[in-house]
Structure formats: C-alpha cells, structure tokens
Design a protein around this ligand. Sequence first.
Ligand code: ADP
Length: 169
Amino acid sequence: MTRLTLTQGDITRESADALVNAANSALLGGGGVDGAIHRRGGPAILEECRRLRASRFGGGLPTGRAVATTAGELNARWVIHTVGPVWSATEDRSGLLASCHRECLRVADELGARTVAFPAISTGVYGWPLDDAARIAVETVRDTPTAVEEIRFVLFDDRAYAAFARRIG
Ligand code: ADP
C-alpha cells in the first residue's frame, strides 16, 4: 500500500529518498522549484545534469519524461527531474502531466526509493490551473502501481495546499 501525504512548505527542506524537480527540458536550472533545488543542493546536481545532456539528452529532456541525479547537499538520495507541460487553453496536454507523475514513480522504483516528494508540477511558471493539476497528480499517482511507500505532495502556498487537500480528502 502506498500512502499519499500532504505538507505545506519548501520542497528543498524535505527529507525523502527522492525529491522531484519541476525542471525544464534544458536541465540547466531555472526559477521556482528548479532554482531552489539547484541553489540548496549545490553544484553536483548541475554537473550531473550537464553530463546527462551530453550523453543521453542532447536535445533536452522531453516533456513528460523523468531522469534522476544525485541530490547533492539536499536531505535526499536522489533528485528526479521531470519536465511538465506548459498549460494550453486550446490543446489538452493532461496526458503529459500524468506522464510526468508516472515516469517519476517508474524512475523511483528503478532506484528503490521508498519515499518520494513531489511539488505541484506545471502550476508555477508553466501556468497550469491548480485544481486541475491537483486532480491529475492525485489520480495518476493513485492509479500507478509502484513499490514507493509514501508519496508526499509538498505545496508551497495555502492555495496549492487546499487544492491538493480537496483531492486527497
Ligand atoms: P513549473 O515550471 O513546472 O510550473 P515552478 O517551479 O514554476 O514549476 O512551480 C511549480 C509549483 O511549485 C508552483 O505551485 C510553485 O508555487 C511551487 N514552488 C515554487 N518553489 C517551491 C519550493 N521551493 N518548494 C515547493 N514548491 C515550490
């Protein structure tokens, strides 16, 4: 049985086997969660991202995919980087947002991670409406078979926390 838990705060302060980064396809850092993870995790994460770009993801990590690196100085063993879709009012990209969650759990299972902390992927700069992102995130992790024992959503502010709390019940 996988437990779904919720907490409000900064994901870089969490301790878990794996912390999920809402990255962008360049894998070279950015704003929001991505900036915070690289700042607090230190340069080892970026070094490994650069190596991944050189070896496997020359064209960038595709949207909906996930890849793990060291967690550097964070209280975790791994960071799992995933690229959420940018919200579109005209195109249904929810399959890609679901894919991010599934792929992160697949990578977590490969690593043997038992606890995984997720931010609200795509709900910041990428503009996804919070309620819909919460629905997709919670439905997808509930529907994905995994050996992960705890999936923790770490929500930055009250609104995001409330949106996820309504879905988890
Ligand atoms: P995206 O580009 O996928 O939209 P962002 O990092 O811009 O990613 O935002 C994703 C969500 O993470 C937003 O809800 C934002 O408020 C939240 N967020 C920003 N910084 C942090 C942090 N340090 N810890 C947890 N959540 C954060």
